[in-house]
Design a binder for this molecule. Structure first.
Ligand code: NAG
Ligand code: NAG
Ligand code: NAG
Ligand code: NAG
Ligand code: NAG
Ligand code: NAG
Length: 361
């Protein structure tokens, strides 16, 4: 008994000193019956701590060996996730200072005047002048001021959600954000929706006839109940017309479901914030943007459906989206680079990433 305890301590010390897989093997060979129960636990904790340290400083996928990356990530995601409130408050403060979602994520009557010049997010040449008719349809103020949003679920469209059984878990969140009018159902992705984005290019593609016949779009958005419909109306000049048409079509028939426009200044400051941290893409994905919004507004952020690779943690192929067969626009966003930042935030306890199937509540 005493001997085995000494061996156990010795094994542990070796592990702490060198912290290398070779020692793990040594440790197992030194194992004897009496302490077999306690050891895997300690080992597991050390492995988790090691992976947490490793992933908390990861900033790029460039030199990543995908095979060992997914293997280690699979292990790491089995570790208990520890939210770090200090880290959460730190991120909240940084994002409030740079970007202030509460004051400026959407154009509102409060923060925008008639005849005000609205800049474009990606262009310094073009501007838009706010007219009285559109201004009249803007929300009075930020829709959720005066309260923390509690536990938020940000639901990306990644094929990793297929067969995930995450629907109930997502629906149990206080606030649910979705993208591009993605389909919903109770099994894998949930039904609850508080904010869903509409991509102006999807309006251009799928609702060419909206002015004459708004019904198909009305039907599509009504699936989300009273959720706000957010559009990046001032990302590119082509977005503006599509967004205005959407607002004009939906405002009279679905007043309980506001169409809101992202402020180009908010998205631009967010972009600068991340460029300053080495994330260099043409434009941040709307998913990544709204995760940042959630980090500022929510108590705790749970992230689903963000997985930018073609195979899952078990090396099975995953579709790009859970709801269609499209492939990614590789030139536009740097999804893998965004993903490692999310992984970093997860490791630091600032948010919780979900990549494995959900267990029943
Ligand atoms: C939580 O985050 C803070 C700030 O980064 C850090 O100093 C602290 O060590 C973290 N706490 C734990 C338990 O990891
Ligand atoms: C953010 O905007 C709100 C509303 O305009 C304002 O009350 C608040 O002081 C701003 N916060 C920061 C940190 O600038
Ligand atoms: C906006 O501009 C138009 C045209 O210049 C002018 O007639 C109108 O009074 C202005 N409205 C406000 C609220 O400034
Ligand atoms: C999901 O489950 C169905 C039925 O079990 C199976 O046919 C399909 O391949 C699975 N899809 C993925 C992406 O795992
Ligand atoms: C949606 O809004 C309408 C009108 O304001 C309200 O009567 C209804 O209860 C709301 N539904 C939900 C699910 O909040
Ligand atoms: C839920 O949606 C996913 C993705 O679109 C689909 O694979 C699955 O079959 C759907 N399940 C039900 C019960 O509709």
């Amino acid at each position: 008994m005493a001997l085995s305890f000494l061996r156990w301590i010795f094994g542990l010390l070796m592990l702490l000193v060198v912290s290398h897989s070779v020692c793990v093997i040594f440790y197992y060979t030194a194992d004897t019956h009496s302490s077999r129960e306690a050891m895997p636990d300690t080992l597991q904790q050390l492995r988790c701590a090691k992976l947490r340290r490793k992933f908390s400083v990861i900033t790029s996928v460039k030199r990543l060996n995908m095979e060992s990356f997914t293997e280690e990530l699979d292990d790491f995601l089995k570790c208990p996730q520890k939210p770090n409130t200090t880290e959460q408050e730190l991120n909240r403060m940084k994002l409030q200072l740079c970007c202030n979602a509460t004051g400026s994520i959407f154009l509102t009557k409060r923060n925008t005047a008639v005849n005000q010049t609205i800049p474009y997010e990606t262009s310094t040449k073009s501007t838009y002048t706010m007219n009285a008719a559109i201004h009249n349809m803007l929300p009075e103020d930020f829709p959720w001021s005066g309260r923390r949003l509690g536990r938020c679920a940000v639901v990306g469209s990644g094929g990793i959600l297929k067969n995930s059984s995450c629907g109930r878990e997502i629906d149990s969140a206080d606030f649910v954000i979705r993208f591009n009018l993605a389909s919903i159902n109770d099994s894998d992705v949930g039904l609850k929706t508080d904010l869903v984005t509409i991509n102006p290019s999807q309006i251009q593609r799928e609702y060419k006839n909206m002015v004459q016949d708004p019904d198909p779009l009305v039907e599509r958005v009504s699936v989300y109940g009273n959720a706000s419909l957010a559009m990046a109306a001032f990302a590119y000049t082509f977005c503006t017309g599509k967004s205005m048409t959407t607002l004009k079509a939906l405002h009279p028939v679905r007043p309980q479901q506001p169409v809101v426009f992202f402020s180009p200044l908010y998205l631009r400051t967010l972009d600068r914030f991340w460029k300053g941290r080495g994330l260099k893409s043409i434009r941040l994905s709307s998913g990544f943007m709204l995760i940042n919004t959630a980090l500022e507004l929510c108590e705790h952020v749970h992230v689903y459906g963000f997985w930018p690779f073609g195979t899952d943690l078990k090396d099975n192929p995953v579709p790009y989206h859970y709801y269609d067969a499209l492939s990614p626009h590789r030139y536009m966003h740097k999804m893998p680079e965004e993903f490692v930042r999310l992984l970093q935030l997860h490791s630091q306890g600032a948010l919780t990433l979900h990549l494995r199937p959900c267990v029943d509540l």
